[in-house]
Every structure is written in C-alpha cells, then in structure tokens.
Write a protein that binds this ligand. Structure first.
Ligand code: SAH
Ligand code: SF4
Ligand code: F3S
Length: 438
C-alpha cells in the first residue's frame, strides 16, 4: 500500500521547552521541503506528535491523542510520533497504534523528510543517536516572535534514579560556541528580542571561544550579551552541582541576563536526595542559593519538586517544606513521583500510596502558591521593563513578561515585541497588572 506524499503538516509539542524548540525546527525543515503549515491537526496531511515521557500520564496521553486523529470518514493523516516517547518505545508504538506511520527520536528528527518519503511505502522507525549532530544539517531559522528558545546543550549524564531523560535524550553534548552565537544572531535578525538558552543541564554547557579559551555558560552568555538587539537572556534548566562562579558572577555583571534562576532541588531531605542520586545535599544547595543571591539580591528562585519518592517519610517530607520556607520561591513546579519503566527508583522498596502522595502534594503546593503570590505582591508599586509577548483575551489587552518571568497584563498595550516601562498596581497568584508609565 502506498500513501500520497503529504502537502501540509501540523506539529504538536508536549513536555518541556526543548520539545517546543524541536517542534519549531521540525516545522522549519518541513517547510524547507515544500510542505506548508496548516492551521490545526484536522486539515493536515501529516501530523507530528512531539511527545514527552517524563511521567506516566504524559506518556500514556500519546495513545489517546493518536486515536483522536481519526477523522469522521475513518481515514487518518500520516502520523509521526517524535520526541521522548518515540525514543523510549520505538517500534512498539506502531504495534500498539497501527495508524502511526513514523517514529522518530529526538536525536534523529533531521531525517524526518526522508522518513516521510519512506512512510509512503511502509512504517518508518528511526531512534538512532547518530554521531553527526542534527544541528549541522537543520535549515536556517525563520521568523520569530519576541521571545525564542535556543538549545545549547542536550542530554544528561546525571542519572537521577527516577528520571527517563538520560535514556531518551542521550549523553550530555554541548553545541559549539560559534554555532550558538550564529543561531542567536539569526534569531534576533528574525525578530527575537529575548532568547532562552535551553539544555537538560544547561549550566553544564562547556566549549571554547574564538580564541580557543575554555568557556562555561557564563562566558557564552557574555558573548550573546554583545549581540545588538538582543535585550534579554535567560537559561533553563540548571543543575545545582554545575552552578559555577562564572555563571553566578554573570548575574551580577551582565545587564541582559535576567534575574531569574530555575534550579530544581527536588526534595529537602538528604536521605531522599541520596536515594534520588541527586549528588547535592540540602546544605550544598542552600550554599549555591546564597552565592547567587549575593551576586544578584533580587533574583527570583524557581524549582521543581517531587513528592512521594520511594521511602519518603513524613519527616523527609517535612524537611522539604522546611527547605521551601528557607529558599522562598518565586515560582515552582511540583509533581507526584511517577515510576518510570527501566529506572532504578521504579523497583525500589517503599513505594508511596497514591492518597499519601496526593495529600503531600496539596500541602506542598499550598506553601509554594503562597510564596509565589507573596513574590508577585512584592512588585506592587514598582516600575519595570516589560517585553510584550502576546495578546490578552480582551480587545487591546497585551501580556508581557517582567524581568522575573512574571506575566504582566496591560490594558491598551502596544504592539507585540515592544519593550515598555510599566508601573505595577496589582498582583494575583499568577500574574501582575500594570499600566504603561506615562
Ligand atoms: N533536567 C532538569 C529537568 C528534568 S524533567 C533537572 O535536572 O531538574 C523536569 C522535572 O520533572 C524534574 O525536575 C522533576 O521534578 C520531574 N520529574 C522527572 N522525573 C519524574 C518522575 N519519574 N516522577 C515525577 N516527576 C518527575
Ligand atoms: Fe533527569 Fe536528573 Fe538529568 Fe535532570 S539531572 S534530566 S532530573 S536525570
Ligand atoms: Fe519530556 Fe523529554 Fe522534555 S521526557 S520533559 S520531552 S526531555
């Protein structure tokens, strides 16, 4: 059976920001091949589901999403499953969901056009991690909104015992200095004013500058700071053990580096951190936070937390709440532990019952939400630069970002991409309200 060559496509990304970046790169590649983007999945000849495997719910969702692509007449578009579920499950996916034509892993998506051709004749599966980097062959960057992502580092060698990422993204690789600088320039030329540098362990980035000197992420950020028209630099996600001095000092010295740090700690009890193989302690984490705050006193601290890791006692959990009290988070993401196939924690003793996890998650989120609201309220009466990123629901309403990554709602705001001075007059749990200084 042969299928016709697709003329239109739609890419849907789930999971982390890197998937959003990868989705944009796949779209650019398909456009370079002459396909055109359709408004949604319903009218596309090719649908790419760019998936996430981090927790069971995310991974299982893929199969219901695939089912939903079936159309009223019983036909399905050409379906490609990309991303971390593709890498983890490979050829198992079309066995379980026969309407899937293509499976492509995160390190092989530059071969998508060839896989689309192959899929016209039969199933096409590619979960290689080829030696040649996909970045060397991807097409040029296209038109951008005001804020863009840029992958500088990919993969993870840390092997936290709960996590699938080292298996789905592969080993840590840093993109070369010049490739990053060139792509950042291209993004700015295409309309970006803010760039968020991405990596599973972005602060483990290492490379050599034009002069052959060894550099870390702090040095790379200083190079990007010199790009005309690039007003804001951010980076995520960092690991506490890779928070080196050059990066910390950059927070003091580089004006375009925004005062925000996402530095997941996961838990606040040393025995649990050890069982997680996090390789930092509560104390070493708090010391890093102190150094960062010394360099940049107003920095917003963000984190990720897992509750109900195997063996977590009420005492361990109380210690996590204690750490949160000490750090005072501006933002945080928290999850119930989800056992992932093939990871060491999935077979550990002391798995925690669902209702216990639910109750702990509620308490943890109540504390984090109150901290977030307090942080937002601390900005009332302050004047700050806001980058306008999207339209709000009401006519004329615009939504932008504060330096601390808060959403700022402005009535009768200016055009997208404008950077404006705003006076903040109100703060909710998830956003600020402001008026343009006049
Ligand atoms: N590289 C980053 C983020 C990895 S995934 C880091 O090291 O922190 C994003 C978040 O998902 C993690 O920080 C963790 O809090 C959560 N997570 C990862 N695996 C999980 C699992 N098995 N169950 C629940 N949450 C998990
Ligand atoms: Fe996963 Fe740990 Fe690596 Fe983060 S550092 S991606 S949590 S293994
Ligand atoms: Fe999910 Fe893979 Fe990102 S598992 S969080 S899409 S690295």
């Amino acid at each position: 059976m042969t299928k016709p060559a697709p003329k239109t496509f739609h890419v849907k990304s789930f999971g982390c920001q890197m998937n959003v970046y990868d989705g944009a790169r796949m779209s650019e590649m398909l456009e370079a091949e002459g396909l055109s983007a359709s408004a949604g999945a319903d009218d596309a000849d090719l649908v790419v589901l760019n998936t996430c495997h981090i927790r069971e719910k995310a991974a299982e969702k893929v199969y219901s999403d695939i089912g939903r692509l079936r159309r009223d007449d019983g036909s399905t578009p050409m379906i490609a499953v990309a991303g971390c579920v593709a890498q983890a499950e490979g050829a198992e996916i079309p066995r379980r969901a026969p309407s899937v034509d293509i499976v492509v892993g995160p390190q092989a998506y530059h071969r998508l056009p060839a896989l689309v051709r192959a899929a016209q004749a039969g199933k096409a599966v590619d979960t290689d991690m080829p030696a040649q980097s996909k970045f060397d062959v991807l097409p040029a960057r296209r038109k951008q909104g005001p804020s863009a992502f840029l992958t500088v580092q990919e993969g993870c060698d840390k092997f936290c015992t709960y996590c699938v990422v080292p298996y789905t993204r592969g080993a840590e690789v840093s993109r070369p200095w010049q490739a990053v600088v060139d792509e950042a320039r291209a993004l700015v030329d295409a309309g970006a004013r803010e760039i968020t540098l991405l990596g599973q362990n972005v602060n483990a980035w290492q490379g050599e500058d034009e002069a052959g000197r060894a550099q870390g992420l702090g040095g790379l950020i200083r190079a990007l700071d010199r790009i005309d028209g690039l007003d804001r630099i951010r980076y995520t996600t960092s690991h506490p053990n890779d928070m080196r001095d050059d990066l910390i000092i950059a927070h003091k010295e580089v004006a375009t580096l925004m005062p925000f740090l996402h530095l997941p700690v996961q838990a606040g009890s040393d025995p649990i951190l050890k069982a997680m193989n996090r390789s930092h302690t509560v104390d070493s984490y708090l010391r890093v936070i102190d150094r960062v705050r010394e360099a940049r006193p107003d920095i917003a601290i963000s984190g990720d937390f897992i509750v109900g890791f195997p063996g977590e006692t009420e005492e361990d959990f109380a210690a996590t709440l204690g750490l949160i009290e000490r750090v005072e988070h501006a933002l945080a993401f928290s999850f119930k532990y989800s056992p992932r196939p093939g990871t060491p924690a999935a077979v550990m003793e002391g798995q925690i019952a669902g209702p216990v996890m639910d109750e702990r998650l509620q308490r943890l989120q109540a504390l984090l939400n109150s901290q977030q609201h307090a942080f937002n309220r601390s900005k009332i009466g302050i004047r700050m630069p806001v980058l306008i990123e999207r339209n709000g629901k009401k006519p004329g309403q615009r939504i932008g970002k504060s330096p601390w990554l808060q959403s700022v709602v402005i009535e009768d705001g200016p055009e997208l991409g404008a950077m404006v001075e705003v006076d903040i007059f109100a703060a909710g749990p998830n956003s600020l309200n402001g008026v343009i200084t006049g």
